[in-house]
Design a protein around this ligand. Structure first.
Ligand code: BTN
Length: 321
């Protein structure tokens, strides 16, 4: 019984792999011959794949073809990022947590993606709502791949903004320090965490966790978020291919392009506005003046003095999340 199930699962994986690499129709006979099994077994495996959500079209006298649009699975990720270690999950608590708990640290970049998170983590100990349809991934980058770890979060915010714009035409803004907004509402958040090598007293790697509300709609989120978040789908009216978005973000993030601060500044919608920020538990008002080359926020405090904020949270008269 177990051997039968094992064979069925293997056959399913083989068929999926084959349909994924094929650009045109492939007949049931050809599949049966390739995997030395009956047509009946091929039919059963194809319908099991359809039950799992794969869009496989079957046409008489032509065969099968796989619709690869917006296909997020292990095979798609492995073929898109052949040099990475890939962890694909249909559900997990938090992809950042999965990467942090890896025992064996790889020399390679590791990408962990989950279709849903039930314990998504945000900055400052908050949660990050992660229903299906979104893009939730964390990438563990050994420090040898990063020229300036302190700027990786700002670079990720620019990567997300430019990728959404390229794929949808929507304008994206950045709320310092790392939230991406469309039309005044948050559609993406980024949580970066460093892993230290305590013995050598140096940064071993960085985990950049990115969550984007892509093909979900606002009604899939808790009601208290409806006024402050949005989704790419709600704003564009169209579904976006998440794997293409992912590829664009990662390509930018790992590129040697290091002149992204001007792009960050252009998108930073709090500049020139009155803001509030918290320091040592006290709330201060200030004018947001600039973002410096380290992606720090330069503000003019109420006493006229210039201050530089390197992290934390600022708010306009917006509700902050
Ligand atoms: C924030 O808005 O405060 C940051 C949110 C970061 C969410 C992403 S989703 C993928 C990765 N896994 C997590 O648990 N968090 C990050």
């Amino acid at each position: 019984m177990r051997a039968k199930r094992y064979y069925r699962d293997m056959l399913k994986d083989d068929i999926l792999q084959c349909l994924y690499s094929e650009q045109s129709f492939i007949s049931g006979e050809a599949l049966a011959e390739r995997f030395s099994c009956s047509r009946m077994n091929i039919n059963k495996a194809v319908s099991a794949l359809r039950d799992e959500g794969y869009k496989i079209e079957g046409i008489k006298n032509k065969g099968y073809i796989l619709d690869k649009a917006d296909m997020l699975n292990e095979i798609a990720l492995k073929s898109m990022f052949p040099d990475f270690d890939i962890i694909f999950l249909t559900q997990t608590d938090s992809t950042n947590k999965v990467l942090k708990s890896l025992e064996k640290k790889s020399e390679r970049i590791t990408l962990c993606l989950s279709l849903v998170q039930n314990g998504g983590r945000g900055r400052l100990g908050r949660s990050f709502s992660s229903p299906s349809g979104g893009l939730y991934f964390s990438i563990l980058i050994p420090s040898s791949f990063i020229s300036d770890p302190a700027l990786i979060t700002a670079k990720a915010a620019v990567a997300v903004s430019t990728a959404i714009e390229k794929n949808t035409g929507l304008d994206c803004q950045i709320k310092w320090v790392n939230d991406v907004y469309i039309k005044g509402k948050k559609c993406s958040g980024i949580l970066s965490e460093g892993i230290l090598n305590m013995e050598l007293q140096r940064l071993e790697s960085v985990i950049v966790g990115i969550g984007i509300n892509v093909n979900s709609s606002r009604s899939s989120y808790p009601e208290e978020l409806w006024d402050i978040i949005t989704t790419v789908y709600d704003e564009s009216g169209k579904k976006t291919d998440r794997i293409v978005l992912l590829k664009d973000i990662i390509t930018f993030l790992l590129s040697s392009q290091n002149d992204f601060i001007s792009e960050y500044r252009k998108r930073c919608f709090i500049l020139g506005k009155k803001i509030k920020y918290v320091r040592n538990g006290k709330v201060f008002s200030a004018l947001a003046k600039d973002v410096d080359e380290m992606a720090h926020l330069v503000v003019i405090a109420e006493d006229g003095k210039e201050e530089v904020l390197s992290s934390g949270e600022v708010s306009l008269n917006l509700k902050s999340i």
